[in-house]
Design a protein around this ligand. Structure first.
Ligand SMILES: C[S@@+](CC[C@H](N)C(=O)[O-])C[C@H]1O[C@@H](n2cnc3c(N)ncnc32)[C@H](O)[C@@H]1O
Length: 279
């Protein structure tokens, strides 16, 4: 690859990461497609027939991230869970069908097995991925709960409302870059972080810029490269620019790729205009 810094590539992240040198990237922040939730386009991750196959597939990506992450680097993995039998992956007919079912119609139908796969079961997918990563040699430093004061409603009369997702903070070695002082400055020093969702453009699953920037500031230095293998609407890249870091990303869906590209160009133009005004 020629100069790959400050670019997003419209390609599969696993293939893209294979082009990168080992121990090259100081910080990775990402939110992969969750199992059985949204259909973004022609991606395959998240649409497996069985949640355990999803875990296996996602672990192929985390293995590659481990190879390209620098020894003092960090990896923040944002991942949410799902109740078996909700959304479109297990039932798309009958009384549990949701109005949005057409949106999920391309998911395979997963049958209950009466043990792990039972309707209403919380699948513990984030924990399964995290344990798989520990077996790959990762060190889990924090299981951060991102509490949302304004979550997308997920109502059921016989359980409490789900209002959080995880950000797992993984490292490769015991010595890595992290500033608790900076974390305190941004109220990011506790392992429960309350931050509202901030939808962006047509992407239905963007994470908030205001949540991502402090992760970058606490865990990398100026001009470091921040990689997001599942770039979506470009939030990680914008957060990197606004914190004076470099960015690099992959996004398989051409629509989101274009949208993120435009978003980033706007941010770059605004940033350079502000600089001219200051001079
Ligand atoms: C949860 S979204 C990421 C949202 C992003 N954090 C943001 O703030 O906009 C996951 C994204 O991964 C993309 N994706 C799915 N499979 C991929 C793959 N194999 N390689 C690269 N991108 C992929 C999807 O198209 C989707 O935009």
């Amino acid at each position: 690859m020629k100069s790959i810094i400050d670019q997003i590539f419209c390609t599969d992240a696993l293939e893209g990461m294979k082009q990168l040198s080992s121990s090259y990237i100081p910080l990775v922040i990402t939110s992969p497609p969750y199992f059985g939730c949204r259909v973004y386009g022609n991606e395959t991750l998240g649409r497996e027939e069985n949640p355990l196959s999803y875990v296996e597939n996602l672990l192929l990506f985390t293995e590659e991230i481990k190879r390209i992450l620098s020894d003092a680097g960090s990896f923040y993995l944002n991942i949410g869970d799902i109740y078996f039998g909700t959304k479109g992956f297990s039932r798309n007919k009958g009384r549990y069908a949701r109005k949005t079912d057409t949106h999920y119609k391309e998911h395979k139908i997963v049958k209950p097995d009466g043990k792990y796969l039972q309707y209403k079961q919380l699948l513990m997918i984030p924990e399964r991925v995290a344990i798989g990563m520990q077996l790959q040699g990762w060190i889990l430093r924090n299981k951060i709960i991102w509490e949302k004061p304004n979550p997308v409603p997920s109502y059921s009369p016989d359980r409490r409302y789900p209002v959080y997702e995880y950000f797992f903070h993984f490292v490769k070695s015991r010595k890595y870059f992290f500033s608790l002082e900076i974390a305190k400055k941004y109220n990011h020093h506790r392992d429960i972080i309350r931050n509202g969702i901030e939808p962006f453009g047509s992407h239905q699953a963007s994470y908030p810029l205001s949540l991502i920037k402090p992760f970058i500031l606490t865990t990398s230095k100026e001009n470091d490269i921040v990689l997001d293998p599942f770039m979506g609407s470009g939030t990680t890249a914008v957060a990197a620019i606004e914190t004076h870091r470099k960015y690099l990303g992959f996004e398989i869906n051409p629509v989101f790729y274009d949208e993120s590209h435009k978003r980033i160009e706007n941010v770059k133009n605004n940033t350079s205009q502000k600089l001219v005004q200051t001079i």
